[in-house]
Design a binder for this molecule. Structure first.
Ligand SMILES: [Zn+2]
Length: 197
């Protein structure tokens, strides 16, 4: 599947809830996971609008890599969400919602498969209470921290038409504006080429 980039209208609208988990939804999840993994810079998350489909579904894989684990000297305690969901990853979450957030925040560099070349620092709550449905129809409600909490907030933003670019400091936005404009021009070209086919 093609990951759409800045300028594609699918990235800027509020996506609609998934009404029932059909074969079509399961197939979309499977293809989104392949798309997330096959990228040169493998993503840790992908939202359906990023493949041009405005449905409230995301796929995630925020399991720690061996390399990163060695680097962090003190082993951080995993949040309940990481303990529950890491063994299920890569994982699709249907109609994910954040019910509450911690007052404590963390600032961290982010990137996005839909904004290649753009980077910036985003401040987000350190922990979130997630409610979502899994593809087998089970509902999960669990407190998530670490990279999982950040990734969930980034991906659920996509479902509401929000890009991480919107949340970075003004000077970083200004530094990214040339790339944002180039991406939008490429998207416009692809869209008009598709109309002609
Ligand atoms: Zn993104």
């Amino acid at each position: 599947m093609r990951v759409v980039c800045n300028g594609n209208p699918a990235l800027r609208v509020k996506s609609l809830p998934v009404m029932s988990i059909t074969d079509e939804i399961r197939e979309l999840a499977r293809r989104m996971i392949v798309t997330m993994k096959e990228n040169e810079l493998p993503g840790v998350g992908l939202a359906a609008p990023q493949v041009g489909i405005n449905k409230r579904m995301i796929v995630i894989d925020t399991r720690p890599t061996g390399r990163k684990e060695k680097r962090s000297e003190k082993k951080k305690q995993l949040s309940p969400g990481e303990m529950l969901l890491n063994p299920l990853m890569p994982l699709a979450l249907v109609n994910p919602e954040i019910l509450s957030t911690s007052a404590e925040t963390e600032t961290c560099g982010e990137g996005c498969l839909s904004l290649p070349g753009v980077e910036g620092d985003v401040t987000r709550p350190a922990r979130v209470l997630l409610r979502a449905m899994l593809l087998d129809g089970k509902e999960v409600m669990v407190e998530c921290g670490g990279l999982l909490a950040r990734c969930l907030q980034h991906e659920i933003d996509h479902l509401d038409g929000i890009l991480f670019y919107d949340r970075i400091p003004k000077e970083q936005q200004e530094a990214a504006n040339d790339i944002m404009a180039e991406l939008a021009a490429e998207e416009a070209m692809l869209a008009s080429a598709q109309r002609k086919v």
